[in-house]
Design a protein around this ligand. Structure first.
Ligand code: USQ
Length: 390
């Protein structure tokens, strides 16, 4: 299969590109290095020493004998060049990671809100329009988020994207409709993923573009079998207050003896997935594309649901580090009853990575190995969710 990976230099995009190339697919990356530029803006660095993309690609060719193509371009600003690449490469599938992916970053200021909305929505719109202009019927696989559903305490089992609703007309007649589960985003970043879902809904209905929207949980871990083949292939690991996801942050906090930063009571239940399962899920979605004419397929890409304070307790017990309850910088329920279905990917063959086994590996090979690179002043979360008219 010919696969275009948008955002293939990033945290999920890089290991996915390697995995797909290892499987024998022809992979071509588009990236504008905006994630690396944000490191410069925030004055932080990946815990792991990531190499420039050209070094990564050469290393991959050396260890695997396989070549991954690359074009340095911004899909929001360089529409004509995106069109050219899509037209000449003519991919069977496009994996779309090319969005600003941090909720705290999206809440730092109104500039960051505008940046996140304009970047994410124009990346998705340009991709969909380029497929139409190029006349390429590629399967689009998008990385969405479990956060589109919200984290209310309804005690429901969250479905995969859709819900069957019974609607009543003024004469009391009932009709059944399959509708997108009501959105309830908790940050500007999560809002952009709900906007993406509407764009997919429309371009699928109107133009027949085939889409799989993977509503991914919080990713933890950093290495995959492929990134471990050479130090030059190492994946990024964010631990800072903006881009570090909670479990990776707790791991590095444990490695340097920084008391675990539980926001508030830590009663937030969230969905999680290991990076090794992320790349496998994308493979599974690619191998079973939706048939032409079918609705946008939504799959919940997560394997476990945990409460933040339970994760903190687990890490505290395993690695003997204190747990600290810090004032919550976010506007969110500190207790919720999230439960979600991920049957779709399990039915396609996913075998989840177990939390305890994966945690030990990450601590040993990543957190302990590179803990000397940690800048502890970057650990606290400083983005506040607090612009509210009373
Ligand atoms: N939290 C802590 N302590 C910390 C960091 C976070 O208690 O030091 C709490 C947060 O308050 C929140 C939860 O942990 O309740 C998750 O926070 P997070 O930073 O790990 O994840 P979040 O900002 O929700 O978003 C991340 C990624 C995003 C992805 C999303 C999946 O940035 O790309 O889409 O996870 S999900 O939340 O399931 O939608």
């Amino acid at each position: 299969m010919k696969i275009l990976v948008l955002g293939g230099d990033g945290f999920c995009g890089w290991p996915t590109s390697l995995h797909l190339s290892q499987l024998g697919h022809e992979v071509f990356i588009i990236d504008d290095f905006s994630r690396r530029r944000i490191d410069v803006e925030l004055e932080v660095d990946s815990l792991t020493p990531i190499q420039p993309l050209s070094v990564r690609l050469d290393a991959w060719q050396r260890v695997s004998g396989k070549r991954i193509g690359f074009a340095h371009l911004d899909i929001c600003a360089d529409y004509d060049r995106v069109l050219e690449v899509i037209g000449s490469f003519s991919p069977d599938a496009i994996v779309h990671f090319a969005e600003q992916k941090s909720a705290p970053y999206s809440m730092k200021s109104t500039w960051h809100k505008r940046y996140t909305v304009s970047r994410n929505t124009s990346a998705t719109t340009n991709l969909l329009c380029a497929l139409l202009d190029a006349g390429v019927d590629a399967h689009v696989i998008h990385l969405g988020t479990m956060g589109v559903y919200g984290y209310e305490s309804a005690g429901l089992m969250l479905p995969e994207g859709y819900v069957d609703a019974i609607l009543e007309d003024p004469k009391g007649r009932l009709s059944k409709r399959r509708i997108l589960y009501p959105f309830d985003p908790g940050s500007v970043y999560h809002t952009t993923k709900t906007l993406d879902a509407l764009l997919f809904y429309y371009f699928n209905k109107q133009d027949g573009i085939r889409v799989t929207d993977l509503h991914q949980g919080i990713v933890w871990g950093t290495s995959t079998k492929d990134t471990e083949l050479s130090e030059d292939l190492i994946n990024r690991f964010d631990y800072d207050g903006d881009f570090g996801t909670v479990l990776n942050r707790f791991l590095i906090q444990a490695a340097v003896g920084f008391p675990l930063t539980v926001h508030g009571s830590g009663g937030q239940r969230r969905a999680f997935i290991n990076i090794r399962d992320t790349v496998r899920c994308i493979e599974l979605a690619l191998m079973s594309p939706p048939s032409s004419g079918s609705q946008v397929r939504v799959l919940n890409q997560m394997t476990e649901v945990h409460r933040i304070r339970d994760l903190a307790r687990l890490i505290s017990r395993l690695f003997r580090v204190e747990v600290n309850s810090v004032s919550n910088p976010r506007t969110e329920d500190e207790e919720n009853a999230l439960d979600a279905s991920c049957d779709g990917l399990v039915q396609l063959g996913l075998k989840p990575t177990l939390l305890e086994e994966g945690l030990l590996r990450e601590l040993e090979y990543i957190a302990r190995k590179y803990h000397h690179r940690v800048d502890s002043s970057r650990i606290p979360s400083q983005s506040l969710w607090s612009h509210r008219f009373k």
